[in-house]
Design a protein around this ligand. Structure first.
Ligand code: 13P
Length: 249
């Protein structure tokens, strides 16, 4: 039985003060939501505010990125042990915006995932195809490569800690959601790649989240798919009411 995970990726939004205000409004709205895990991923500087505001609740906090080294001369970077020490439970890795604007590759995804697991963080590893890749029927090739090069080098006990997020890049911030059937097809394919790499039990256990224009009015259809184990929500996770409706799908 896979417990759904509803995660908000705040991207580059919300100061510490705005984070506190969000949590004050959001926590009462999800206080009785024990059907799923809930996660907020604010920018680094707002992690402390989120950790303080969610103390004693079931809502967890995650980061949006990390460096794979523990420490060193890497100006501007933050390591997995630092994120863990700040009170985070999870970290998003290889988001398409990181791949697109900051040169991340399946190789860096692998290094970051290994570092996150070593530090005791739950990695939420993002995969997904570009519009031109979907239109030229390369979706499955891209997903297979991202799983193989990004994840299949992990040990089975490491992979057991991983959550995968399928985010078709053309559905991010565009208002275009993959239909529940399209998303479920991709999730099935990703699960099959996991089976090939790690076996039946790992494939049955791994949670695969859907991300890309998830909103209060489409979350129910997506979550009705047995293949979809939760959501990674951008824009709609910035509003306490909207994100609570998504959590309480
Ligand atoms: P939107 O929900 O704004 O489309 O963003 C999705 C996303 O990128 C979550 O990581």
């Amino acid at each position: 039985m896979r417990v759904p995970l509803m995660a908000g990726n705040w991207k580059m939004f919300k100061t510490p003060a705005e984070t506190t205000v969000f949590c004050e409004r959001f926590l009462p709205l999800v206080a009785s939501a024990n059907h799923c895990e809930i996660l907020l991923c604010p920018p680094f500087v707002s992690i402390a505010a989120a950790v303080a505001a969610t103390q004693g609740s079931t809502v967890g906090v995650g980061a949006q990125n990390l460096h794979w080294q523990k420490e060193g001369a890497f100006t501007g970077e933050v390591s997995a042990p630092m994120i863990k020490a700040a009170g985070c439970r999870s970290v998003i890795i290889g988001h398409s915006e990181r791949r697109q604007y900051f040169g991340e590759t399946d190789t860096t995804v692998f290094k970051k995932t290994t570092a996150a697991i070593e530090a005791g963080l739950q990695p939420i590893v993002c995969v997904g195809e570009l519009l031109e890749e979907r239109e030229s029927n390369r979706t499955n090739d891209v997903l297979a490569r991202q799983v193989k090069d990004g994840l299949s080098g992990l040990r089975p006990d490491e992979f057991a800690k991983v959550v995968i997020a399928y985010e078709p890049v053309w559905a991010i911030g565009t208002g275009k959601t993959a239909t529940p059937d399209m998303a479920a097809d991709a999730h099935r394919f990703i699960r099959e790649q996991v089976r090939l790499a790690f076996g039946e039990d790992a494939a049955a256990a791994v949670r695969i989240l859907y991300g890309g224009s998830v909103k209060p009015d489409n979350v129910k259809g997506l979550m009705a798919q047995p293949e979809i184990d939760g959501a990674l929500v951008g824009g709609a996770s910035l509003k306490p009411e909207d994100f609570s409706l998504i959590v309480n799908f």
